[in-house]
Design a binder for this molecule. Structure first.
Ligand code: GLN
Length: 229
């Protein structure tokens, strides 16, 4: 469809490296479950949006500064965040896991005593790590994005990292030299976020479009593209 000059282009910020939700493919294109869901919903609901990959904490900062209209970034719907943001209906269930080197003998939080762990700024994984750091006697170093956080563990700067398990699990399945501990914490679901009260029509369109792409099979098709059955 041709774009009318009066038509608003919504600016949507996202993370940089958060596969399988958003990541650059080998052609340099930003792809992933979030990207495809948003595109399918925009087509279904007939709105125009431009996606900008800025990083997770930068995305929420930009949202709060009014520099973008919404954030889709594997963003967990939490009660605390609901005080500031309007969330769409949940579109993916997730939670936080702890990953260590593939040959590490760390198999419990107790073994983190006296060690340093890595986490990503502004995330639920970071919040969880900090919430148990004193109890188990470890320190937390924060990283800007998931890729540098994994690198810190591979390089031995940290003995573990806390990250959403579907995300680190995806990287492990693609050859990242880490392993996930079986315990999953801080279970939550991902939602699309806007500032509270700022873009109610956008959240409404997202919800309607999400329901439609679930009903017509597009949503499942997108998941199947990125997650092996
Ligand atoms: N789901 C996590 C959160 O909302 C991490 C999101 C991300 O790193 N993109 O905190």
């Amino acid at each position: 469809a041709e774009k009318k000059s009066s038509e608003k282009t919504y600016i949507i910020n996202t993370d940089t490296t958060f596969a399988p939700f958003e990541f650059e493919n080998d052609k340099g294109q930003l792809v992933g479950i979030d990207m495809d869901i948003l595109k399918a919903i925009a087509i279904d609901q007939n709105f125009v949006c431009e996606v900008v990959p800025v990083g997770f904490s930068a995305a929420t900062t930009a949202l709060e500064a009014g520099e973008c209209d919404g954030v889709i970034a594997g963003m967990s719907i939490t009660d605390q965040r609901k005080e500031k943001y309007d969330f769409s209906d949940p579109y993916f269930d997730s939670g936080v896991g702890m990953a260590v080197l593939a040959d590490s003998d760390i198999d419990s939080y107790e073994k983190l005593n006296g060690q340093n762990v890595a986490a990503k700024i502004g995330t639920e994984g970071c919040k969880f790590a900090e919430s148990i750091a004193d109890k188990y006697g470890f320190t937390v170093t924060q990283y800007e994005d998931s890729a540098t956080m994994y690198q810190a563990v591979l390089a031995g700067e940290a003995v573990a990292c806390f990250e959403d398990y579907p995300v680190v699990g995806y990287e492990i399945s693609r050859g990242l030299g880490l392993k996930l501990l079986p315990t999953i914490e801080a279970g939550n679901s991902y939602g699309f976020a806007t500032m509270k009260g700022e873009n109610p029509e956008l959240v409404e369109m997202f919800n309607k479009g999400l329901a439609n792409i679930k009903a017509n099979g597009k949503y499942q098709e997108i998941l199947d593209t990125y997650i092996a059955k």
